[in-house]
Design a protein around this ligand. Structure first.
Ligand code: AMP
Length: 568
């Protein structure tokens, strides 16, 4: 049995833990503490509140501290005031026998002066909400230049509350060599993006046993014209350079053809199906296991039992006929504590099948758009920059060549050099996606009646047919910041509810939230569909709203919303 002693924690902290009644580590502590104590790396941990995650990061954070130094060495960011207070309290408890540790909690809605005094008294650990920390940085009330450890606690909630820019700014104030540990209950694309952008070779840890395994899989679907599924698939692959996927087709022939098309188009793909000899199958699997193959295209039968770790995506190029097959397919990802995406690229006719899977499996399928050209180029660029930054450089072996290279490139300015690097790396994608069309099908438009010619300017008229009869307004915690425009919002609503465009009226989009008018007789039904809804891993909140047209109520809601953010 693992004890705190065997994890290598120092005596002073062990004594404090003993007094707190912590007898043995919880699973998340058992998984993270040894890593965080031993290694110097970053970490992404999937853990819910209540699992003991505060001690999981708190103990290693205190171990890394040099108590005699009075600068801020550890920074914990958390979404709410309550959580900040709780974390600070726990850290104080854990360090009660460690002289020199000064923990200060800073958060909105309390006197900033008192907090500044606390920091000036020599705090070396700061627990903060992002908003208040930015405020303190702007007042130059604290410096993050000596920070060695940053913890992003409940990262999904912080992103949910619109703190992404604040987090980015804060991280920019910290030294590049610091360690970043991210804790999150869910691992949506936004959290993953932060992890990719600001963390290096992060170790991934997940807790939650038994039937929780499926919670590590995010189910997504994109809707295109059936004939566009192949182009859509390529876009998803291009948009995610780290993708290591298994792509499912229904027949051996489709499997073989898809793999051949992909290979012809320059992708690293191969097929796995029953018409191959055992030897051929073994060869394909060996390449895939060694990650010399990025995309494995397979039939359900051939892929049964495949246990390859770190598969990031299961792609359903054809939806399976049976619910069980969907579960088997999806289970190829999200293994051994890792998270994964199960993505269905479907034609319009299969939307009902997704609804039915959703209903029968009791999981939410998030509607995602096929990435467009700029998005793909941007993601490639981001990865390229990451690769440059993390490229292992060995001056000893490179030294003798570098002088000649530098001489050869001496005439190029830094700007020209950067331009050429980007052109070399991204030229292919810039060209491929120069005039790429939107592949997404507007689900709402499908059932819309043809309308008479427009006479007034576009902006003066509602974009969609409005339902006749009484309406009620719904507040939803998604807005333009999440990439929505009116068409996309309508598509999303139709996707979640299974209703068509004519049940929705005016849509008022704001950055972090929106109001939607809904036919009154459908209102409760619409709300009920959002019970477990999440968008890109974030919980979506809905409520009765002030009215897309009711400006006064709307101002009131906005005020409440802003207040809630400030206080956080
Ligand atoms: P947390 O997820 O950090 O909020 O922790 C949830 C609760 O579990 C808190 O009340 C902690 O004090 C408690 N706790 C954390 N780790 C342990 C442990 N190893 N043994 C007993 N209780 C613990």
């Amino acid at each position: 049995m693992t004890s705190f002693e065997t994890l290598g924690i120092r005596a002073e902290i062990l004594r404090a833990l003993g007094e707190l009644g912590f007898e043995k580590p919880t699973p998340v502590q058992e998984k993270t503490i040894p890593h965080l104590l031993a290694g110097d790396g970053d970490m992404v941990a999937l853990a819910q509140t209540g699992t003991g995650k505060t001690a999981a990061f708190g103990i290693p954070l205190l171990e890394r501290l040099e108590p005699q130094q009075r600068q801020v060495q550890a920074l914990v960011l958390a979404p709410t005031r309550e959580l900040c207070v709780q974390i600070a309290k726990d850290l104080k408890h854990f360090s009660s026998y460690l002289p020199g540790v000064g923990v200060v909690a800073v958060y909105g809605g309390a006197s900033i002066r008192d907090q500044i005094t606390g920091i000036r008294r020599g705090a070396n650990v700061v627990v903060a909400t992002p908003g208040r920390l930015i405020d303190l940085l702007e007042r130059e009330a604290l410096s993050l230049a000596a920070v060695r450890t940053v913890v992003l606690d409940e990262a999904d909630e912080m992103l949910n509350m619109g703190f992404v820019e604040d987090i980015t700014t804060i991280l920019q104030h910290t030294p590049p060599e610091k360690r970043t540990w991210l804790f999150s209950a869910t691992m949506g694309p936004d959290v993953r993006r932060i992890a990719m952008q600001y963390m290096h070779d992060a170790q991934e840890v997940s807790v939650g046993g038994g039937n929780k395994a499926n919670a590590d899989i995010t189910h997504q679907y994109a809707v295109v014209m059936a004939r566009d599924r192949y182009i859509a698939l390529k876009r998803f692959v291009d948009a995610d350079p780290a993708m290591f996927a298994i792509i499912f087709c229904r027949t051996k022939q489709e499997t073989q053809e898809l793999a051949e098309h992909l290979t012809k188009d320059g992708y690293n793909a191969d097929a796995l199906h029953g018409d191959l000899s055992q030897q051929q199958r073994d060869r394909v699997m060996a390449r895939y296991r060694a990650r010399n193959l990025q995309l494995l295209v397979a039939t359900d039968v051939a892929a049964r039992g495949i246990d390859v770790s770190n598969i990031t995506h299961v792609v359903h190029f054809d939806l399976p006929g049976e619910v069980e097959s969907y579960t088997h397919r999806s289970g190829r990802t999200g293994r051994a504590g890792k998270t994964g995406i199960s993505l269905s690229i479907i034609g319009v006719r299969d939307v009902q099948k997704v609804r039915s899977l959703e209903h029968r499996l009791k999981v939410h399928f998030a509607y995602v758009k096929v990435p467009d050209g700029p998005e793909i180029v941007e993601r490639q660029l981001l990865t390229f920059i990451g690769r440059i930054k993390n490229a292992p450089v060995d001056p000893e072996t490179m030294g003798r060549y570098l002088a000649a290279v530098e001489l050869d490139l001496a005439d190029l300015s830094r700007e020209e050099l950067v331009q050429r690097l980007v052109a070399l790396e991204l030229g292919k994608f810039l060209k491929r996606y120069k005039d790429a069309r939107d592949l997404n099908v507007d689900l709402a438009g499908k059932d819309r009646k043809p309308r008479p010619e427009r006479t007034a300017p576009e902006a003066d008229r509602p974009r969609f047919e409005r339902p006749a009869g009484p309406m009620r307004s719904m507040f939803i915690s998604l807005g333009t910041k999440d990439g929505f425009d009116k068409g996309r919002m309508l598509g999303y609503l139709c996707g979640i509810t299974g209703l068509t465009g004519q049940h929705f009226g005016r849509i008022l989009l704001k950055d972090a939230y929106s109001f939607i008018d809904i036919a009154a007789d459908r209102f409760d039904e619409v709300i009920s569909h959002f019970g477990a809804a999440n968008y890109k891993g974030r919980k979506v909140r809905v409520d009765e709203g002030g009215g897309a047209t009711g400006a006064r109520d709307f101002k009131q809601v906005k005020k409440t919303f802003n207040k809630a953010r400030k206080h956080a």
